[in-house]
Design a binder for this molecule. Structure first.
Ligand code: NDP
Length: 310
């Protein structure tokens, strides 16, 4: 068993920032990297809205910068996936790949969230080449172009409105004959002349030589008047929800109906003393790297306070 003061789970902006702060506080943190080194940000093409990079930065570069900064102050990195935890007593137990066991005074969970995808083959083919799950991150690359947003909830409406401010035209691909979003969001979408809502449409596949150039849709699938349609688009934005990566902690931590970890006010404290949550795993609203990084800093500061109180 490895005994550590502070264990951090996740290698996105929240996890790395927590590591920078925790290592500078001499907590000698161990960071378990998880399935996607660098986190969700690695699925985007360029980061232009993280302060400190006036020319923008490639996600790999930015995450590597953060990692090296944490490394410089002594963070130890472990590649692997956390498969089991036991927060029933202190120190908290965390298992990596079921075999390696850690006992930690404080645990910072920064496991992020995963955007839901439709599950069609071409989504994978064009990921980062026209397929995105974050309009705020990638919308700028589609200025004056035509894009489609999939989904009919608040996120989809928000993303469609945001993209309409940048793009020539925005299609919304909605599988039902109505939008699920709140009334005010619906009105914004329906009153925006740049947005065309395609109700009762499902996406069959994306087309294009090396990047997204179009989408094959089916209108009223399975009905007598079912019809195939094609739209020409440059970008395809998924907005069909996110799933926080928190199932592993369900036995011990309070979560909301969607699975986001519940924290105490705007602190990173969970219902288990010594366990903190940072970044998108506890944030259904902002989903931004800079916000996640800030919450990672808060989690490390709280972890330090907690450890000193033991
Ligand atoms: P929602 O679950 O509310 O909506 C998801 C949308 O995606 C629905 O229209 C759903 O269709 C559609 N969808 C799901 N799966 C598929 C699929 N396989 N194919 C096609 N369409 C699909 O998620 P959101 O991310 O929009 O919102 C999550 C929560 O966050 C909500 O409570 C929302 O109100 C809240 N939120 C609030 C905001 C605000 O207040 N400003 C902003 C953003 C989110 P269907 O309706 O047919 O199920």
């Amino acid at each position: 068993m490895n005994k550590v003061k502070c264990l951090i789970i996740g290698s996105g902006p929240a996890g790395y920032t927590a590591a920078i702060y925790a290592s500078r506080a001499n907590l000698q943190p161990v960071l378990i990297e998880g399935p996607q080194l660098g986190g969700q940000l690695m699925t985007t093409t360029e980061v232009e809205n993280f302060p400190g990079y006036p020319e923008g930065v490639e996600p790999f570069q930015m995450m590597d910068d953060m990692k090296r900064q944490a490394e410089r102050f002594g963070t130890q990195f472990v590649s692997g996936i956390v498969t089991k935890v036991d927060f029933s007593e202190s120190p908290k137990k965390v298992w990596v790949e079921d075999t390696e066991e850690y006992a930690a005074d404080a645990v910072i969970i920064a496991t992020g969230a995963s955007a839901k995808y439709l599950g069609i083959e071409s989504e994978r083919t064009y990921r980062g080449r026209g397929v995105s799950a974050c309009a705020t991150c990638d919308g700028f690359f589609y200025r004056k172009k035509t894009v489609a947003v999939v989904g009919g909830g608040d996120t989809a409406c928000e993303e469609a409105n945001y993209l309409a401010g940048l793009c020539e035209k925005v299609y919304m691909i909605v599988r039902k004959p109505y939008l699920r979003a709140s009334e005010i969001m619906q009105q914004r979408v329906l009153n925006n002349p740049k947005i065309e809502v395609l109700f009762e449409h499902n996406t069959l596949q994306l087309t294009g030589e090396t990047k997204v150039e179009g989408a094959d849709l089916v209108y009223r699938k399975g009905e007598a008047d079912e019809e195939m349609r094609h739209i020409a688009i440059d970008g395809f934005f998924l907005a069909i929800g996110h799933h926080p990566n928190t199932d592993l902690f369900a036995e011990y931590l309070k979560r909301d109906a969607e699975g986001y970890i519940l924290v105490d006010g705007d602190s990173p404290r969970t219902n288990v003393p010594g366990v903190f949550a940072a970044g998108d795993c506890a944030d259904p609203h902002y989903r931004q790297a800079i916000v996640a990084a800030g919450s990672g800093a808060k989690a490390a500061i709280e972890a330090d306070k907690y450890i000193k109180s033991l």
